[in-house]
Design a protein around this ligand. Structure first.
Ligand code: ZN
Length: 418
């Protein structure tokens, strides 16, 4: 989640004024302090628009949209008739104003006068149903932009506080706290993409086998091994893969030979999307795409970037599965929730039978219980019917080919006796 801070006005546009001070100069102070306060809260801040440059409406909003930020805070100060005073936040008519309200709540605690949070619809017929303020209108819906009016610089009481470094810090700290609370509240009740898996590989293998017997369940292990490198929840990533590929039966536009398990770049019959040379590369590209959405952190050291669509993702814009709605899938209503629901169903249908006992014995050979099929395996080997050691894969499904070969070997043995 990145936040871009804009210092309102600049260059040939001074904005409002009060007591001999230009608004653009006061905005610059607030914008810099706000960026610092947000950074203290470990929030990723883009400072590229904190400057004294003049931008046209299009230039400014294009820069905001291409910044990879989810939220834009445009810092301003008001002027009216000298009597009006107080702090205001303007939000989009398309939002419920939660971000604005959470900021207002914090500013109230400072005892600085608070006027209101509000939104304003355009009065121009050509912009009907859209926001009045261009910075909000032209960045919607890519970026959630708000305008923060710290105070009225033509009001003597406000001006005194607005130019007092102690109050500047108090106000920007309050705004930063409100923004941080908003980011947290946005994640409540959602399921993070990053973290440890809840399901075991065996649970997912059982689920896969029940629906699609022919696909090698080793893919589950690939998901677990690669997800671990990126800190992505392997179980949900794999469930997304079975959701996207119809349980690896590839009944949609993506074909199995593409090794594209998550529909990367696939948009329709004429565009089946990306292809990868191996299942490993395909799984890693999938995990990289999730990682792009979930965090702004660079790729783990030494990893090759397989996901050629990585740079198209607004980094950190979807830290939760539910946030992928409208992003990974368009329109994607309920997309993330569907994956969470599949996760719950698999966990209920194929409960974890080996609860949290990671088998890392000091002497694995001694401590490992004998598999029920081990004797059969050894006897078949002794009889010359099995040619290699399969003891580590006794729970894996066998392909038809393997079964036919084995049955045929037995048939030949029986023929010999006759
Ligand atoms: Zn302004």
């Amino acid at each position: 989640m990145r936040i871009i801070i804009d210092s309102g006005h600049g260059g040939k546009d001074p904005g409002a004024s009060g007591f001999g001070m230009k608004e653009k100069d006061l905005n610059l102070i607030f914008a810099n302090l706000l960026a610092t306060e947000l950074e203290k809260l470990n929030i990723d801040v883009d400072r590229s628009l904190i400057n004294d440059n003049y931008y046209s409406a299009k230039e400014l909003t294009d820069l905001i949209k291409s910044s990879g930020s989810s939220i834009c805070i445009s810092c301003h100060n008001n002027a009216f008739d000298g009597t009006a005073r107080g702090f205001e936040v303007i939000h989009s008519i398309h939002t419920n104003g939660t971000l604005a309200k959470l900021i207002i709540e914090e500013v109230k605690k400072t005892s600085f006068k608070v006027r209101r949070a509000f939104s304003r619809e355009s009065t121009l017929p050509s912009n009907a149903g859209e926001d009045y303020y261009y910075i909000i209108r032209l960045t919607y819906p890519d970026v959630e932009t708000i305008i923060v009016e710290f105070g009225f610089m033509d009001n003597a009481a406000d001006f005194k506080l607005l130019t007092d470094p102690a109050w500047q810090k108090k106000l920007t700290t309050a705004v930063a706290t409100g923004i941080s609370n908003y980011i947290t509240s946005n994640s409540i009740g959602k399921t993070s993409i990053l973290g440890d898996p809840v399901l075991t590989p065996d649970q997912l293998k059982s689920g896969l086998r029940a629906v699609n017997k022919s696909f090698d369940t080793g893919i589950v292990d690939l998901y677990y091994n690669i997800s671990k490198i990126y800190g992505v929840k392997a179980d949900l990533a794999f469930i997304q893969a079975i959701h996207e590929t119809n349980w690896l039966r590839f009944t949609g536009v993506v074909k199995p030979e593409q090794n594209n398990f998550s529909g990367l770049g696939a948009t329709g019959p004429n565009n089946p999307g990306l292809s990868f040379p191996t299942p490993e590369a395909g799984v890693e590209a999938h995990i990289q795409h999730l990682y792009a959405y979930a965090t702004t952190t660079p790729l783990p050291k030494g990893r090759i970037l397989y996901d050629t669509r990585f740079s198209l993702v607004r980094r950190g814009s979807a830290p939760n599965w539910e946030d992928l709605n409208g992003k990974w899938a368009v329109p994607g209503i309920g997309y993330g929730e569907k994956i969470i629901e599949m996760h719950k169903n698999i966990n209920e249908k194929y409960p974890n039978e080996t609860p949290s006992q990671p088998v890392t014995p000091e002497n694995p050979v001694e401590n490992q219980p004998t598999h029920w099929a081990k004797i059969c395996h050894d006897e078949l080997t002794a009889a010359g019917l099995l040619y290699s050691d399969h003891t580590s894969t006794l729970d894996e499904p066998a392909s038809k080919g393997i079964v036919f070969c084995l049955v045929n070997r037995i048939r030949k043995e029986l023929m010999k006796d006759e």
